[in-house]
Design a protein around this ligand. Structure first.
Ligand SMILES: [Zn+2]
Ligand SMILES: [Zn+2]
Length: 155
């Protein structure tokens, strides 16, 4: 079971286990992610909701304002408030898991950097990883197996 990815919140109440590798890992440099993390970017690993197994603790949803008006909900530990995953567009079957909450935060590396138009100037992006000023076309970037996983979710 070496492929298990475990993680949790800062206080230890929430523990979770991811049942597989992610579909894709987005490193988002948008202003919303910067404000919501108080940092330079958010690292979001995309998983089917049923591959995110909550082992302990409780989470609560927080509705975030968005420019687009599309819903964005952050799920946080009810005890310490650590953000654990997001849902976008009201699509609860797809979770954007905050990858740095993994016990091994180096276990996943970004497959793409997005919204680099608001990237902080001192952040240097690695060579060889695609980067986009705004969002990107997942159909041209995701591996076929990941596109199939998403198709199963959304048809
Ligand atoms: Zn907590
Ligand atoms: Zn973002």
């Amino acid at each position: 079971m070496t492929d298990l990815l475990d993680g949790g919140c800062a206080c230890g109440a929430v523990r979770y286990r991811l049942g597989s590798a992610p579909m894709f890992v987005n490193c988002c440099h948008c202003r919303d992610c910067q404000r919501q993390t108080g940092s330079a970017f958010a690292i979001n690993a995309l998983f089917e909701a049923d591959r995110f197994v909550l082992l302990s603790g409780e989470t609560a949803p927080f509705a975030m304002p968005t420019d687009s008006g599309r819903p964005h909900t952050i799920h946080r530990c009810t005890a310490c408030g650590t953000a654990l995953w997001s849902e976008y567009g009201g699509r609860a079957t797809l979770r954007f898991v905050r990858a740095a909450t993994l016990d091994d935060p180096a276990a996943l590396t970004p497959d793409v950097h997005i919204y680099t138009r608001s990237k902080l100037p001192w952040v240097a992006l690695p060579d060889g990883v695609p980067a986009f000023e705004a969002y990107y076309d997942s159909r041209t970037l995701w591996p076929a197996a990941s596109l199939e996983r998403r198709r199963v979710l959304f048809g």
